[in-house]
Design a protein around this ligand. Structure first.
Ligand SMILES: [Zn+2]
Length: 335
């Protein structure tokens, strides 16, 4: 465990206080991270032991990051140590970072993809429980979590989708792509798949917070049709899906159809239903024009289309965001 009592017994070098230029002290010389897990209407909260820093309050399971450990990995490790939450049962959604002069705290937002029965599994927790989102603000909250909760709650209900107009994005940089459109499209696909390991910048998707793991639909057309879904990446966690849709005819028509279906089709259940629907769609992505994915209905603000095609932009439903083709094209590649 990474304890945060007033008289800690350091287990490793990062288990120590940071005396921050903000005037406070914070736990974890490499920063700290915690997991905010939702099943839709509830979140997992930890009732912290009285002896801990800001004791006898409710917050998220979390603690000091290890040297070299990324925030998502650290948050999931702490959630397992303190709350018995199996990383295999969660699907990453986003991160939100509280940045101090000399320290930072990353909240990892995630959805439960399988039944999770959290429990207090170390002395820092008095209790770990599912709490209805509506009841959270009424609890004595850890001050940092209490300040962040309104925005975190808003982020928890977002279901980001990035739809990529592959022909337009591939064509945004004159690097010889025209010699082999299919290979250039496969490189774009692989860059997207690699980038999804660490999540995409919130700015790219027009969303709050720092990083997001959206579902991604790559719409391919013409010579790039039939580009397969990417090879399965080995990941320590589950995150957004990457689906390839081959347009039978116009790529623009297919992009519009994917967006309209995302906004209208409703599938009951959790994010898992979305994932399964998108996977099913990926499996038939070599087929023609009915290959658009289905999923839970999303809000227009959760959908982003990567294209600079003015004709296509004019056809998108109101409220749908757009992303720069060059920014999307650079994903997963060395700068
Ligand atoms: Zn500080």
């Amino acid at each position: 465990m990474t304890s945060s009592s007033d008289l800690p017994t350091p287990g490793h070098p990062s288990d120590a206080w940071v005396h921050c230029a903000c005037g406070e002290r914070h736990w974890g010389t490499h920063g700290a991270a915690g997991l905010l897990l939702t099943d839709g209407g509830r979140v997992v909260l930890q009732h912290r032991a009285a002896w801990s820093h800001h004791g006898d309050t409710w917050g998220v399971p979390g603690g000091a990051l290890l040297p070299g450990e990324g925030a998502p990995a650290g948050a999931l490790r702490e959630a397992r140590e303190e709350a018995g939450i199996d990383a295999g049962a969660v699907r990453l959604l986003a991160t939100s970072v509280l940045q101090h002069p000399d320290w930072s705290y990353t909240t990892l937002l995630a959805t439960a993809g399988a039944p999770v029965r959290p429990r207090a599994t170390d002395p820092e927790s008095v209790e770990v429980a599912w709490v209805a989102c509506d009841d959270v603000a009424g609890l004595p909250l850890h001050p940092g979590f209490g300040l962040a909760w309104p925005q975190l709650r808003d982020m928890l209900v977002r279901r980001p989708l990035l739809v990529v107009d592959a022909a337009n994005v591939v064509g945004s940089v004159p690097d010889g792509w025209w010699r082999d459109r299919r290979a250039a499209t496969a490189r774009l696909r692989d860059g997207l798949a690699d980038a999804l390991a660490d999540g995409l910048d919130a700015d790219l998707l027009g969303l709050p917070g720092q990083r997001w793991w959206p579902d991604v639909v790559l719409v391919v057309e013409g010579a790039a049709r039939g580009v397969p879904a990417p090879d399965e990446r080995t990941r320590p966690w589950r995150a957004g899906s990457l689906t390839v849709v081959s347009a039978a005819g116009s790529g623009d028509d297919a992009v519009v159809r994917v967006v309209e279906e995302a906004l209208s089709v409703s599938v009951a259940g959790s994010g898992d239903a979305v994932e399964e629907a998108l996977s099913a769609s990926a499996a038939r992505s070599g087929d023609a024009d009915d290959a658009a994915p289905v999923g839970a209905a999303r809000r227009p603000a959760d959908v982003t289309v990567a294209t600079a095609d003015r004709g296509l932009l004019a056809r998108l439903p109101p409220g749908v965001g757009t992303a720069s083709p060059r920014a999307v094209r650079g994903l997963g590649r060395p700068a």
